[in-house]
Design a binder for this molecule. Structure first.
Ligand SMILES: [Zn+2]
Length: 337
């Protein structure tokens, strides 16, 4: 098995793949996408991200394992197995060997210390729990799960059908009516069991540290209180951007809004803000749905953004057990320019 390990300062990051999402037409993912725009960007469109023959975008669902300060941290937990998602067929009753893949990189469920959630959507919180008979219980029994307090309260209000609280939380977030709400059932089967186990920690998403060196950056819009997660080590910053963007197209055309976003104007503003921040700080950007390595840097020229994949074609070394790790020090190795 080959994995790419990304090293920044003292941080070690490995992607754990869950599933490919290659069935979406670009215009399905981004309904405002004018095909002529694709022609305009023909020069940079990367064949690893888009198939011009079918018009489909390449995406995936994956999570990030971060080893940092002696802790094992998971950033988001994918879609999960056995979940009942009748309104989202692509995630309905999955049976993926996700835990086996985690084990293959040396991470047993008991070893995870923290789970940091960018937001409470079906493809980001699924492996928080797994099915035992007719119950859902935490998959990672020793992990503290950290999420936005406001996003939790919104999910609780929606689940209870408590209109007054729903409006109150939206007002607090500075939003009015959304164009969609989170997929029903996710909060019940993937969040409430974590809270019941006493392992949930709710935090404000205000840029303050949630753990040493780790901050939740406020990037609302895709969801009501979405957090991009920033980890800084020895002067280098990693940003785990969640769903501030789903595909590199959104960097080249940042006003496009995905079909999965709840508050479009907020999503646009947060995307521009985060892209600018990542470009200015020269951060390494770990995406939630970009294909290939899913890692790279965001570039900026004036008000125009761009994307450069990091690949791991250098520093190959053999590990015990036949595991080959392609190691790349993101802090010093150049990106293709
Ligand atoms: Zn997502």
């Amino acid at each position: 098995m080959t994995v790419s390990e990304f090293c920044l300062g003292s941080m070690r990051v490995i992607k754990v793949h869950e599933l490919d999402l290659n069935g979406f037409a670009a215009t399905q993912l981004l309904p405002g996408l004018d095909p002529s725009v694709l022609a305009k960007h023909g020069e940079w469109i990367d064949p690893r991200t888009y198939d011009p023959m079918t018009g489909h975008v390449f995406m995936s669902v994956h999570t990030w394992v971060v080893r940092f300060e002696g802790k094992v941290i998971l950033i988001d937990t994918g879609a999960g197995n056995d979940k009942d998602r009748p309104t989202l067929k692509v995630l309905d009753h999955l049976h993926n060997p996700y835990l086996e893949r985690l084990a293959a990189i040396g991470v047993q469920p008991e070893a995870v210390d923290y789970i940091l959630l960018t937001h409470i959507h079906s493809d980001h919180v699924g492996w928080n729990t797994r099915r035992y008979g007719d119950r859902w219980l935490p998959t990672f029994p020793n992990a503290t799960v950290i999420c936005s307090d406001l996003e939790w309260r919104y999910g609780a209000a929606l689940t209870a059908g408590d209109e007054e609280s729903i409006v109150k939380v939206r007002t607090e977030a500075g939003f009015s009516l959304p164009v969609r709400i989170p997929v029903p059932g996710v909060f019940v089967d993937s969040m409430m069991p974590v809270e019941a186990s006493g392992r949930l920690k709710r935090v404000p998403v205000d840029g303050g540290e949630v753990l040493q060196g780790i901050r939740f950056l406020s990037t609302p819009g895709h969801s009501i209180d979405h957090a991009a997660i920033s980890i800084t080590s020895q002067g280098t910053e990693a940003i785990f951007g969640g769903d501030v963007m789903h595909h590199p197209f959104e960097l080249y055309e940042p006003d496009l809004v995905s079909v999965f976003c709840e508050f479009p104007e907020g999503a646009r503003n947060s995307r521009r803000w985060l892209a600018r921040h990542a470009a200015e700080s020269n951060a390494v950007y770990f995406s939630s749905h970009f294909p290939f390595t899913s890692v790279g840097r965001i570039t900026q020229t004036g008000e125009t953004f761009g994307w450069e994949f990091a690949d791991s074609s250098s520093h190959v070394r053999n590990q015990p057990g036949g595991l080959v790790v392609r190691e790349r020090n993101m802090g010093v190795l150049p990106f293709s320019q």
